[in-house]
Every structure is written in structure tokens, then in C-alpha cells.
Design a protein around this ligand. Structure first.
Ligand SMILES: NC(=O)c1ccc[n+]([C@@H]2O[C@H](COP(=O)([O-])OP(=O)(O)OC[C@H]3O[C@@H](n4cnc5c(N)ncnc54)[C@H](OP(=O)(O)O)[C@@H]3O)[C@@H](O)[C@H]2O)c1
Length: 379
């Protein structure tokens, strides 16, 4: 009889974060059952294409029995578990749709999906769940956000955040039952790989930088020896921190380390930058990177009435580009820091060199347009 191999049922393997977590788990010898959406063969091909740039040949793991692929979807279509005992569940799938638009999301996947996953866990005697949530389940709570379950905040910035909070509530209730253990990881905004810049998601931070590059292209004629002059009043305070950003490889490594060490289970972990750059440092970096100058900060609440063309563009898009301008909680990460210290790991801070690496990659991919064209060709 072959000995039982610890097995994790994982949702969301084809996601930006999921790909990296799957790599970490497979490299550490964990047996993973990945739930992929229908049709299975298409999802399998897509996952293989996503894993290749990460140095993982999917078929090798499937053939060796370390990776089992099963068709399924949240909330209504979960497999029957015929692969044998499941030791734990990694809930990494989510709908990242920010607001409802008539398709039932993000509620359907994030709330209904969590409910059916919990029912599946109970039916299959699974007593350990690792759930990937978001740091922004804190909603409108201010100041220092601790690694605890939050009481319902007065408001949320998006319905996505609200559904993630609801999911955490259900999971917390499940974990109160005898013998159940819940571990929650909460990333902030995920950006590319801290060592290569590689990314498959180009929102938020990347859109902001892309916007700066477009402004530079528009105002290119104002160029002199010091770079392009763009007179711009930037909403924000120079000494405040920018939106919290976390590299995907770091987030994935931490999630895998936590899953594989039972001593670390049963807690909440903020996967957040302990010391994000200030707006001033970020501005200086962008000015250097794009060879521009001429911007200065003004109060985000006082819109100027005499806006230049560049300012109109920036102020109109600001909430979209940097949604956290009015709400910058500080994330306590004591639990995470302890894990980092025990592993001898340093947080990959957003130094100018690292920011350059991230933007170099995004520029090489034309801010995601290359990837989109590849997908369109494959569809
Ligand atoms: N990205 C961020 O900045 C960020 C920040 C904080 C927290 N998070 C959390 O991190 C986790 C992973 O996010 P991500 O960035 O990897 O998202 P993503 O790239 O949008 O991927 C989402 C994953 O979930 C799967 N999925 C979505 N709806 C599903 C459903 N109804 N049934 C089954 N699978 C479904 C997707 O499958 P398909 O590929 O088939 O669509 C994909 O594998 C999520 O829980 C998210 O809330 C993300």
C-alpha cells in the first residue's frame, strides 16, 4: 500500500497569485488537486501556458501524480473527491469584479462559493482551510489594522471588499466548530515578481505608471535638457505612504510556507508592505524613470478649477488609478513578520531599483497589451 501523500484541494490555480502559489506547493512536494473551470482541457492548456514562464512543466507533475486536475466551479460544481482523503483546502479563487453588474458577481463566487466550499469541507471531513482574503476587508476602519477578524466596518470601498469580508465571517464561524482550523492570508494590492518584474496583471499601480508615460508622450514637446516639463498639481501629501503593494512571489512564498507548517495555522497574516514608499519618494522615482519634472503636491480634497489638460486627465482618473488616496490604513503584520524572521526572509521593499524592474517588465509587455493579444490568439 502506498503511504498517504498530504493533499491540498486548491481553487484559483489559474489566477495571478494562484499560479505562483501552485508553483511553491509543487516545488515543495505537496500533492495538489486543482479545481479548474470547464472545459477542463482548455483550462489545463491555459494553466500549462501560465506555469511555463514560472519554470514549471505542468504535464510532468500530472504524470507523476503530484498534480490532479478536476473540473469544477464555485458555487455550484464541486468534484466528488474520488482522489482520496483531502488534508486541507486552499481557497484562492475569487471574483475580483469590484461592483455587481447583473452577472451575480462578485457575490456569487466569493460568498456563495465560500458557503459551498465549507459544505464540501464538512462532507469530506476536511478540518483545515487556508483562505486567501484581502487586507481591505478592513473597509472603512482606520489607523492600524490588526491581524484579527474585523467587526463589520461602516462601509466598504467596493462590493468586492464587502463580499470578501462576508466570506471571512462565514469562515470564522466555521472555524469555531470543534476541531476546525482556519488560516487567513490577506494580501494588499499584488504586483509583479520582485526579482524579475514578471506579471500577468496590469491594473492599479501599472495603470498609474502607464498614465504618467502617456502624459510624457503627450507633453514631449516641452522637453529640454532636464527632461519633459509637465506642470502638474498632484493630489496627495508628500509624506504619506502610497497605496500598499506586495510582490506576487513574496505573497506566494509566504502562503506556501504557512500552509506547509501546521504550527503556523489558525492565525491571520497580513501580506502587506511593512514600510511602503511615501508619495514623495514615488514621485521622485517616476520623475527619474520617465525623465519628467514639474509636479508638486496639493490637497486631494481641493480640486483646482483652472486645471491644465494633464491635470484634468489625472484628477478625473485618480480614484481609478490610486483608489486609496483618501483611505490609507496601516497594516500591522506582527504574525507575518514572525514567520519572515523564522525563515530568515527579508521583505522585498519597493526600492527605486525594484520599481524600475517592475516597470521595465510592464513596458516590455506594453502594459499588458502583449498578453491580451496572446490570449486573443489562443481563444
Ligand atoms: N490580485 C490582487 O491584487 C489581490 C489582492 C488581494 C487579495 N487578492 C486575493 O487573492 C486571490 C487570488 O487573486 P488573483 O489575483 O489570483 O485573481 P485572478 O487572477 O482574478 O484569478 C482568480 C482565480 O479564481 C478563479 N475563479 C474565479 N471565479 C471562479 C468560480 N466561480 N469558480 C471557480 N474558480 C473561479 C479564476 O479561474 P479562471 O482563470 O477560470 O477565471 C482564477 O483562477 C483572491 O482570493 C483575491 O481576492 C488578490
Amino acid at each position: 500500500m502506498t503511504p498517504h501523500q498530504p493533499t491540498t484541494l486548491m481553487t484559483g490555480a489559474t489566477g495571478f497569485l494562484g499560479q505562483f502559489v501552485l508553483r511553491e506547493l509543487l516545488q515543495r512536494g505537496r500533492r495538489v488537486v486543482a479545481l479548474l473551470r470547464s472545459p477542463l482541457q482548455d483550462s489545463r492548456r491555459r494553466l500549462a501556458g501560465l506555469m511555463r514562464p514560472l519554470g514549471v512543466e505542468l504535464d510532468e507533475h500530472v504524470t507523476a501524480g503530484r498534480l490532479i486536475l478536476r473540473e469544477g466551479a464555485l458555487p455550484e460544481n464541486l468534484p466528488d473527491g474520488e482522489w482520496g482523503p483531502t488534508d486541507d483546502i486552499l481557497a484562492c479563487a475569487a471574483s475580483l469584479q469590484l461592483f455587481s453588474n447583473g452577472n451575480g458577481e462578485p457575490y456569487k463566487t466569493n460568498v456563495e462559493g465560500t458557503r459551498t466550499l465549507l459544505e464540501w469541507a464538512d462532507r469530506h471531513h476536511v478540518t483545515r482551510i487556508h483562505s486567501v482574503s484581502t487586507a481591505y476587508v478592513c473597509g472603512s476602519h482606520r489607523d492600524v489594522i490588526r491581524e484579527v477578524h474585523h467587526p463589520r466596518p461602516a462601509s466598504f470601498q467596493t462590493e468586492y471588499e464587502e463580499t470578501k469580508w462576508q466570506a471571512e465571517e462565514m469562515l470564522a464561524q466555521w472555524s469555531r466548530a470543534n476541531g476546525n482550523t482556519l488560516t487567513v492570508t490577506r494580501p494588499s494590492f499584488i504586483i509583479g515578481d520582485s526579482t524579475t518584474g514578471y506579471t500577468t496583471q496590469f491594473g492599479g499601480f501599472y495603470q498609474f505608471a502607464r498614465f504618467v508615460s502617456l502624459m510624457k508622450a503627450e507633453c514631449g514637446s516641452n522637453s529640454n535638457g532636464d527632461g519633459t516639463y509637465i506642470p502638474l498639481r498632484i493630489p496627495g501629501r508628500p509624506d504619506e505612504q502610497i497605496q500598499n503593494l506586495v510582490p506576487v512571489d513574496y505573497a506566494a512564498r509566504m502562503i506556501a510556507e504557512i500552509i506547509l507548517n501546521p504550527d503556523l495555522h489558525g492565525r491571520i497574516y497580513h501580506l502587506t508592505d511593512p514600510k511602503p514608499p511615501t508619495w514623495d519618494a514615488f514621485k521622485q522615482f517616476l520623475e527619474g524613470y520617465f525623465h519628467i519634472h514639474g509636479g508638486h503636491f496639493v490637497d486631494a480634497d481641493s480640486l483646482p478649477s483652472d486645471k491644465t489638460e494633464a491635470e484634468s486627465l489625472m484628477w478625473e482618473k485618480y480614484d481609478l488609478l490610486m483608489p486609496r488616496i483618501h483611505h490609507q490604513p496601516l497594516f500591522d503584520e506582527a504574525n507575518t513578520r514572525a514567520v519572515r524572521q523564522s525563515l530568515g526572509l527579508e521583505y522585498p521593499s519597493l526600492t527605486p531599483q525594484r520599481l524600475s524592474l517592475l516597470l521595465d517588465y510592464a513596458v516590455s509587455q506594453r502594459w499588458g497589451q502583449r498578453a491580451n493579444r496572446r490570449h486573443a490568439r489562443n481563444d
